[in-house]
Design a protein around this ligand. Structure first.
Ligand code: ADP
Length: 328
């Protein structure tokens, strides 16, 4: 069948039958009515009036049936929608409960693991210093590896504990002086920045923000800390921080740009998930939890976080945060 033939068939199928039937019915009624008014034969008039009566009755019945079928269909659809909404709400509730259980589980596990690890760390350090000069090169190396791994486990547990706290504990929200927060964090990162010869520049004005100061600091610290850590070895290592109006009303869009090692396209979304690290960054210490913490905090505050990056050229991380009331 040709294309035009098919479309003609389609058109044929789409003829609106319902108005056509009403039109024919009305035409028929008007003709009968006319015959009734102008007819002279009493038998004919009686027949016509009976026909009109029958037609009127049929019309009322079919109109009633039609509206009943529409009503019952609407009712059925409404019941289906209500049923689906109820199912969806139940699933959401289950999911929220499961998430809470998982977070509680992570919290308990990491909390309980903390004490034995601190104890192992303490005893390993005592043992190492007591054995001191009796240790040969290989044994010293083993001790260093034990202590490095314990340090890693400690930061892993600290990060997991922090992750489990976000959203579980209600944080106080307040107006935050963004510049002060940034200056404090830059001072905190200064030794590491000096070690890597990194400079940092605030490129724009910053409005006052609104939200949990502690969580906002955590977001900035994770992103700035990563920018320093993954700076690599460019000629002039530098980090720039700026802020612009967000498309989301009441929010600012903050960006943190570095000219570091960058991130391959296939990792640019993955790195926001737990324990995900790009292979290029493995030689730097890390747990792969920091960006997941950032994502959770930013999303809980109603914003989004994302990255644009080119391997070997650098990365720019963006996140949205609420402006304080009355801030333009
Ligand atoms: P961590 O730094 O502890 O590994 P994060 O969750 O903070 O964990 O980061 C996840 C991964 O994202 C890092 O391991 C690294 O591969 C990548 N990454 C994050 N920030 C940058 C950055 N500024 N430049 C390059 N890679 C980055």
């Amino acid at each position: 069948m040709g294309r035009s033939e098919a479309s003609q068939n389609k058109k044929k199928k789409n003829i609106p039958f319902f108005p056509l039937i009403i039109f024919v019915g009305m035409l028929f009624t008007v003709t009968l009515w006319d015959a009734y008014l102008h007819g002279t034969d009493p038998l004919g008039r009686e027949l016509v009036s009976s026909l009109i009566l029958i037609m009127g009755t049929l019309f009322s019945i079919s109109a009633g049936l039609f509206s009943w079928s529409i009503e019952s269909r609407r009712g059925m659809l409404e019941r289906q929608v209500n049923e689906r909404t109820r199912e969806l709400n139940e699933k959401n509730q289950e999911l929220a409960e499961k998430n809470q259980e998982i977070e509680q589980f992570i919290h308990t596990i990491s909390h309980d693991l903390k004490a034995p690890i601190v104890s192992i760390q303490g005893f390993a350090s005592i043992l190492k210093s007591e054995l001191g000069s009796t240790l040969n090169e290989g044994q010293t190396n083993y001790f260093s590896r034990i202590l490095t791994n314990l340090k890693y486990m400690n930061s892993l547990i600290a990060d997991l504990l922090e992750l489990s706290r976000i959203g579980r504990i209600e944080e106080e929200k307040e107006e935050v002086d963004t510049i002060k927060v940034l200056e404090g964090l830059v001072a905190e990162l200064k030794p590491e920045m000096d070690r890597r010869r990194v400079t940092i520049e605030l490129k724009t004005e910053f409005p006052k923000f609104f939200g949990s100061r502690k969580r906002l600091e955590q977001v900035f610290l994770n992103l700035l800390g990563n920018a320093v850590k993954y700076i690599g070895t460019p000629e002039c290592p530098k980090i720039e921080v700026g802020c612009s109006e967000s498309r989301k009303s009441g929010f600012s869009e903050i960006w943190i740009r570095d000219n570091g090692i960058g991130i391959k396209k296939e990792y640019q979304e993955k790195i926001f998930q737990m324990f995900q690290r790009a292979p290029e960054s493995i030689k730097e210490e890390g747990t792969g939890i920091g960006l997941n913490i950032v994502k959770k905090i930013v999303e809980l505050n109603g914003g989004a976080v994302w990255v644009e990056s080119e391997p070997g050229k650098g990365s720019t991380f963006f996140f949205e945060w609420t402006k304080a009331c009355g801030t333009l």
